[in-house]
Design a protein around this ligand. Structure first.
Ligand code: SF4
Length: 343
């Protein structure tokens, strides 16, 4: 605990001199903190910036988000993946309007009752937007604190994360801007200095109090459990060209359920003809095929993308430009557009 108490003073001075200028850092509203934090889960800061700016421009507040048409919403999210997140965000926006006059509650206890808002996001909103003494423990923070304390507890351990969140909350500045800065300073240290592979301890404001640094065992922490092996799946993806355009349908099962796709079939060795038959197509001409891969959290897709022409559209068909500009397609399927573009 003594080590933790020393962090704010050391880190805040460093943060004020070294923080990056990010679009969600300029006196953000709770809505802006929320949008940025959801986008930043699993996606790099540089990649998030244009998404964030476009999203906030199109949907600047909970009212705009709550009433946004699904297709537009998914299009704004296209490329970020994890589409359930933006759907949960819309549900939360609707709940906020129905139950909270469109205003985010200030306390963590009520924030975590909202769809898609967990302990971490609640802590970020409470501390950054409402300047409350409330920690937000993400992967960066877990890494910094695990190293600082040379704590061998696996970071997947829920009790450990909870305890860390409580102990950090106890050492927060009392209230005000310093609370917002302290949360962000921990994120920033993890992102810029205490990096996963090559921590730059010589530039670290916590070096003198860091136990892993003292032992020169930085990369032993945080302790992680073995990752679950990814499952391989072979998938046919059909770019079906008809006189009306290219076919798109909604996925009704499996990964990316509810999202648009070029019609696809998981292959069990039946070949292209059998897979097309399963889609109700028995007369067609194959134009080209190309292999792609896409990696999800637990699945690796080996995709055989096949461009075919057929006279009757078995699904809704759209012009190529419309697909590119207005239809949301997850990255796994969007890359298949290359098959018609690279000719
Ligand atoms: S001294 Fe090194 S290991 Fe410790 S917190 Fe700083 S960067 Fe991380």
């Amino acid at each position: 605990m003594q080590r933790l108490r020393q962090i704010p003073t050391l880190l805040l001075t460093w943060y004020r001199q070294n923080k990056r200028d990010l679009p969600w850092r300029n006196n953000p509203t709770p809505y802006e903190v929320w949008v940025s934090e959801i986008m930043l889960q699993q996606t790099r800061v540089e990649a998030v910036k244009p998404y964030y700016e476009r999203f906030i421009q199109e949907l600047p507040n909970v009212w705009a988000l709550a009433t946004c048409e699904e297709e537009k919403l998914l299009k704004l999210w296209e490329g970020l993946g994890y589409y359930s997140r933006v759907r949960n965000m819309q549900k939360t926006a609707q709940t906020l309007i129905a139950n909270y006059d469109g205003v985010f509650p200030k306390d963590r206890e009520r924030l975590v009752t909202l769809s898609g808002i967990g302990e971490y996001t609640a802590g970020a909103i409470a501390s950054i937007a409402y300047q409350q003494p409330c920690s937000a423990v993400d992967g960066n923070v877990l890494r910094v604190i695990s190293r600082l304390l040379a704590n061998p507890t696996p970071i997947a351990n829920v009790a450990y994360r909870k305890q860390m969140a409580e102990e950090l909350t106890a050492v927060y500045p009392n209230e005000g801007e310093a609370c917002a800065e302290f949360t962000q300073s921990l994120f920033e240290l993890g992102a810029l200095v205490c990096k996963p592979k090559n921590p730059n301890c010589t530039a670290c404001p916590l070096a003198e109090i860091c136990e892993a640094n003292r032992q020169n065992k930085q990369t032993l922490y945080p302790v992680k459990q073995e990752k679950r092996a990814k499952r391989d799946e072979s998938v046919y993806v059909f770019v079906i060209q008809t006189p009306e355009g290219f076919c798109i349908r909604r996925r009704d099962t499996g990964v990316l359920k509810g999202m648009n796709e070029f019609p696809s079939v998981v292959s069990h060795g039946e070949g292209v003809e059998g897979a097309l038959f399963a889609l109700g197509i028995d007369e067609y001409r194959e134009v080209k095929r190309q292999r792609f891969t896409h990696i999800f959290t637990h699945i690796r897709w080996d995709m055989t993308c096949v461009w075919i022409r057929t006279d009757v559209a078995p699904f809704d068909a759209y012009a190529l430009d419309e697909i590119k500009e207005s239809i949301s397609l997850p990255t796994a399927f969007r890359q298949c557009l290359r098959i018609v573009e690279d000719v």
